[in-house]
Design a protein around this ligand. Structure first.
Ligand SMILES: C[S@@+](CC[C@H](N)C(=O)[O-])C[C@H]1O[C@@H](n2cnc3c(N)ncnc32)[C@H](O)[C@@H]1O
Ligand SMILES: Nc1nc2[nH]cc(C(=O)O)c2c(=O)[nH]1
Ligand code: SF4
Ligand SMILES: [Mg+2]
Length: 209
């Protein structure tokens, strides 16, 4: 098995309960809810994506086998593996992340986090699982560490998600043309639903990747 990687870089986790944590980001190419082409966006299941996940042309992008990819992640982190953390994202990482790569990343001393749309069941061995449901898709992965709902989304009732088996429930304002309205709607939401916390995309505020 080889893996199509869009980009690979060191930054901070910008979102969710692990915000501020130093992390290597492993962005896989490809997604099952949008082709990534602008001309297909209006007909896609997921229409608000803020990410370029097409191709393998980003920083450190390319096709890797498991040991080479894990070693590259380790090289970007550095020699001292204390609290070493890799965030697998995309695109949709669960189209590609498999037990072989999970073992290789653990072997390099990493805790493995995943950002997924929840339409594909997660393999065993992920240390931090973030599921972010998309209206119009069927979420099969209903357990994990954090459920992070981009808001507002018509066609999703957060109350129906609230009894899924997650430790944390988060609302993240949609980054879009109507960003101000999305932030206001998200603030109003957490004001009315105290079980849910606000998640901000802090890397965008900081101007880091
Ligand atoms: C680019 S996605 C990749 C991982 C996976 N495909 C998913 O959707 O969870 C990473 C995170 O960014 C969120 N996201 C994508 N577009 C966004 C936007 N316009 N505003 C806020 N969050 C967004 C997703 O919901 C997800 O939590
Ligand atoms: N810094 C930073 N944090 C992030 N958390 C989730 C991201 C993603 O695109 O999956 C992301 C990202 O793209 N950058
Ligand atoms: S599911 Fe994730 S990667 Fe795919 S289009 Fe939506 S936000 Fe982007
Ligand atoms: Mg992002």
């Amino acid at each position: 098995m080889s893996y199509a990687v869009k980009e690979l870089f060191l930054t901070l986790q910008g979102e969710g309960m692990q915000t501020g944590r130093r992390a290597v980001f492993l962005r896989f190419a490809g997604c099952n809810l949008w082709t990534g082409r602008e001309e297909d966006r209006s007909g896609a299941v997921c229409r608000f994506c803020d990410t370029d996940f097409v191709g393998m042309d980003g920083e450190n992008g390319g096709r890797y086998d498991a040991p080479t990819l894990a070693a590259k992640v380790g090289e970007l982190w550095g020699y001292d593996r204390e609290a070493a953390y890799v965030v697998c994202t995309g695109g949709e990482p669960l189209l590609q992340l498999d037990p072989l790569l999970i073992d290789a990343l653990h072997g390099e001393g990493f805790e493995i986090a995943v950002e997924t749309n929840g339409t594909i069941a997660a393999p065993y061995g992920i240390d931090w699982l973030c599921v972010s449901p998309k209206a119009g898709s069927e979420v099969v992965q209903r357990t994990g560490d954090e459920l992070k709902l981009v808001w507002p989304q018509t066609g999703i009732d957060p109350q129906e998600l609230a009894d899924w088996d997650f430790r944390h429930f988060l609302i993240q304002p949609m980054d879009c043309e109507d960003g101000k309205e999305a932030r206001e709607a998200s603030l109003a939401f957490v004001d009315n639903h105290p079980r849910w916390r606000l998640s901000l995309q802090t890397h965008k505020l900081l101007g880091i990747p």
